[in-house]
Write a protein that binds this ligand. Structure first.
Ligand SMILES: Cc1cc2nc3c(=O)[nH]c(=O)nc-3n(C[C@H](O)[C@H](O)[C@H](O)COP(=O)(O)OP(=O)(O)OC[C@H]3O[C@@H](n4cnc5c(N)ncnc54)[C@H](O)[C@@H]3O)c2cc1C
Length: 480
């Protein structure tokens, strides 16, 4: 379990053959084929800085036809295509592999980053259906702005909203802070348009909420991490907005108590939209990095942030419900400024941890009833694997999804990752909750899913992408 691909300076950088370079330039126009190392640089390293690889080129198509032409040319020219949206994914799937994939003769294949950011179509809101069709390169934040005043909202929200693209969110089956109420990205997806490895287009647009005509390709592509198809457009179902919000921060004894309180509040509050957990070390780090004031005079072991959304002000309901659980302390904010300040304590974690070093980020699910036991055991396991780790555990406690972040071990040192993921499997959890497998967790996929699942997944990959054109090395470290 120690052969994960990690940050390495021994990156292979196979060059593009001239005919392929010419075909790419013809497909998207020369100004959208970036071969210069300086221009490629920001596309080649992921958000966490842990994963990096050399691309032969970054190609920026502006239409679905251009995407198809690029994928077809790469397939014919022996290059690997690495689809990339906002590059906020945290498992190394959106950047070239440090060790380039090999061709049949063992030679490194050139890797082409397919940047989707120019596919920025924002369709009109379908008021009758409560749906919208958008280009894969639209960011979540841009869609939220587009929907403002329309009477509808997107069912998903998350801290990376201003950079993460909807295509990337489909590809990773993103979760976020409102899963409790609206489900994950796959559940918002009504229709899709995507380019297969052959360059053929599959289109189920506008699609239908109820559609049992054969295999559900939108559902299959959601979470496929760019290995089966390149998503070019998608149609999302929208949710009615909940204009009045109230947020509470509860100081609690431990993670298990946070999970119990979250469940109790869920039973009591039909308006509950989010239940998030963080620890005191994490909150202190956020306060140092981003500024702000501690919400309580005393320090507490863990914090549970809950949000209610409703047509009318839900503050009183929230106050009543939280007084029924025996928290150590609590603050409630019904005004916009107060809500933002409390949310910043949770949403600032990813950026603050990243600013403090190159973290090992383990995004895992555990059965909700075992969150307390996991939080204790995982800290012991990490300390046994590394002498002086800095541990920050936060996440979507209402969904049983914790982000275990560890600073200290070298980026290539897998001991901590192995300890955490081994424990997750022991407790019956999932080694990836929302970020995906990418290249970071390929060795764990079979342990988590079992041989039969993996054989079925490989058969799907082989069937749709026999030449291993799309994102080789993601999900499976060897060709399917
Ligand atoms: C501060 C911060 C907070 C975050 N919070 C959350 C959270 O709450 N919930 C959550 O789920 N994630 C979260 N993430 C992770 C990340 O934002 C999501 O995984 C997001 O969905 C990635 O979108 P992207 O456009 O950046 O995709 P990228 O990072 O560019 O790509 C991710 C994967 O999708 C593939 N891909 C991208 N675009 C396409 C496409 N059009 N077609 C096919 N494949 C494609 C890539 O090849 C790669 O495998 C967070 C990240 C950060 C930095």
């Amino acid at each position: 379990l120690r052969h994960h691909v990690r940050v390495s300076h021994e990156t292979d950088g196979a060059a593009l053959p001239d005919p392929l370079l010419a075909a790419l330039r013809a497909a998207v126009g020369p100004s959208h084929v970036l071969t210069d190392a300086d221009l490629r640089a920001t596309y080649e390293t992921d958000w966490s800085r842990r994963f990096h690889g050399v691309a032969a080129a970054v190609v920026r198509p502006g239409t679905m036809d251009e995407v198809a032409a690029v994928v077809r040319a790469c397939g014919q020219g022996g290059a690997a295509v690495v689809p990339q949206g906002g590059n906020t994914g945290l498992v190394g799937g959106s950047v070239p592999r440090a060790a380039a994939p090999r061709d049949g003769r063992g030679a490194p294949r050139p890797q082409v980053i397919l940047s989707m950011l120019r596919l920025r179509e924002l369709g009109a809101v379908d008021q009758v259906a409560g749906e919208v069709t958008v280009g894969a390169g639209v960011t979540l934040g841009a869609l939220q702005a587009h929907l403002a005043g329309s009477g509808w909202e997107v069912g998903i929200d998350m801290g990376s909203r201003d950079s993460a693209t909807l295509g990337g969110m489909v590809a990773t089956n993103a979760g976020g802070i409102h899963v409790l109420r609206n489900g994950v990205m796959r559940q918002q997806l009504v229709g899709i348009e995507a380019v297969l490895a052959s360059g053929e287009i599959v289109r189920r647009l506008p699609g239908a909420v109820k559609d049992n005509t054969g295999y559900a390709l939108p559902a299959l592509f959601a979470g496929s991490e760019g290995t089966l198809a390149v998503v070019t457009r998608l149609r999302l179902r929208l949710v009615p907005p909940l204009p009045r919000r109230a947020v509470a921060l509860l100081a609690v004894d431990d993670a298990g108590q946070a999970a119990t309180f979250a469940a109790e509040l869920r039973r009591r509050l039909a308006c509950l939209t989010a239940a998030e957990l963080f620890d005191d070390d994490g909150m202190r780090l956020v306060l140092v990095h981003a500024g702000g004031e501690a919400p309580f005079r005393e320090r507490h072991p863990r914090y549970l942030l809950v949000e209610c959304g409703a047509p009318d002000d839900p503050t009183d309901q929230l106050v009543e419900a939280i007084s029924a659980v025996a928290a150590r302390d609590a603050v409630v904010a019904g005004d916009e400024g107060g809500r933002r300040r409390l949310w910043a304590l949770r949403e600032g974690h990813t950026e603050s941890v990243n600013a403090a070093g190159i973290p090992h980020k383990l995004d895992v699910s555990v059965p909700i009833g075992r969150i307390g036991a996991f939080d204790v055991a995982v800290r012991e396991a990490i300390r046994a694997a590394h002498p002086l780790p800095r541990i920050f555990i936060y996440g979507h406690v209402g969904d049983g999804n914790l982000h275990v972040n560890v600073l200290g071990p070298d980026p290539d040192d897998e001991a901590v990752d192995d300890a955490v993921l081994g424990l997750v499997i022991e407790l019956g959890g999932a080694v990836s909750a929302e970020h995906g497998i990418g290249v970071a967790k390929t060795a764990w996929l079979v342990r988590d899913r079992g041989e039969a699942d993996i054989a079925a997944m490989r058969a799907i990959k082989r069937g749709l992408d026999p030449g291993d054109v799309l994102n080789p090395g993601v999900l499976f470290s060897d060709p399917a």
